[in-house]
Design a protein around this ligand. Structure first.
Ligand code: NAP
Length: 205
C-alpha cells in the first residue's frame, strides 16, 4: 500500500521505517516539502495519492492538518497522536472518559474513516517492534469494518500483534494506555525498551 505519513518527526520516521520494512510505500505529507525529495509532498497531494494516512503531528496541529487535507473525505486516517499537555501534575492527558483525541478528529473530519493505532508505545518501539521475542500488542479502534481490516494489516506489517479494540470510542481507553507507557518509560525509570504484550492461556484439555 501507499501510505501518507503526515509528520516526519520521531513518530513519523519510526512508523515510516517500519512500514517500509513491511513492504509499503511511504510519502511524507509536509507543510513545507523539499521539492527535490521524491518521498515528500504537500499534505493534500500526499493524502490524495495514498491508500491511507497516518497522523504523526502534535495534537495542537490536528485542526490545521485536517484543513490542509481537505477534510480527508472518504479517506482512512490512522491517528497516532496523543492529546497531551502540561497540567498541575506535569505531563498528562488533556481529555478522556467521555471523549478522546481520535473522536475529536472524527468530529473535525466527519467524512473521514478514522482509526486509533500506533499511539500506545514510544517511537523507539514503533521503529523496531520485531526486536521483541513476542510481538508487542497494538490495539486498533475504529468504526469502519473494511478500513479496519486494512489498518490491522498495516499494524501487523509494522511488527505488532494487531488487536481489534472495537469502535472509535475505544480510543478513550487507548489514549490512557499510551499515558501509562509514557509514565513507566519516561518518569518511572523503565526506559523505552519495554512493550505491552497480550498473552492467552493454553486451552484446557
Ligand atoms: N514521541 C513518542 O514516542 C510518541 C509515541 C506515540 C505517539 N506520539 C504522538 O505522536 C505525535 C507526534 O510526536 P513526535 O514525537 O513525532 O513529534 P515531533 O518529533 O515533534 O514531530 C512532529 C511533526 O509534526 C509536524 N508538524 C508540527 N506542526 C504541524 C502542522 N501544523 N502541520 C503539519 N505538520 C506539523 C512537524 O513538522 P515541522 O518540521 O513542519 O514542524 C514534525 O514533522 C504527537 O501527537 C505525540 O503525542 C508520540
Amino acid at each position: 500500500m501507499r501510505i501518507a505519513m503526515i509528520g516526519a518527526g520521531k513518530v513519523g520516521q519510526a512508523i515510516a521505517g517500519a512500514l517500509r520494512r513491511g513492504g509499503h510505500d511511504i510519502v511524507f505529507g509536509l507543510r513545507q516539502p523539499d521539492a527535490g525529495a521524491v518521498d515528500q509532498q504537500r499534505i493534500a497531494d500526499a493524502v490524495r495519492t495514498s491508500d491511507a494516512s497516518v497522523l504523526a503531528v502534535p495534537v495542537g496541529a490536528v485542526g490545521e492538518v485536517v484543513a490542509a487535507s481537505g477534510g480527508f473525505v472518504g479517506r482512512i486516517v490512522i491517528d497516532a497522536t496523543n492529546p497531551l499537555g502540561i497540567g498541575a501534575d506535569g505531563l498528562g492527558l488533556t481529555m478522556g472518559f467521555d471523549t478522546s483525541g481520535a473522536e475529536r478528529i472524527a468530529a473535525l473530519a466527519p467524512q473521514a474513516r478514522v482509526f486509533k493505532a500506533f499511539n500506545q508505545t514510544g517511537f523507539e518501539n514503533l521503529a523496531d517492534a520485531p526486536a521483541y521475542a513476542a510481538a508487542p500488542a497494538m490495539f486498533v479502534a475504529g468504526d469502519d469494518a473494511a478500513g479496519k481490516r486494512m489498518v490491522m494489516t498495516l499494524v501487523a506489517d509494522a511488527g505488532f500483534a494487531a488487536v481489534d479494540a472495537g469502535d472509535l470510542r475505544g480510543a478513550r481507553l487507548l489514549e490512557p494506555l499510551a499515558m501509562l507507557w509514557i509514565e513507566l518509560a519516561r518518569k518511572r525509570g523503565l526506559g523505552p525498551d519495554f512493550a505491552f504484550t497480550l498473552q492467552r492461556k493454553e486451552p484446557s484439555a
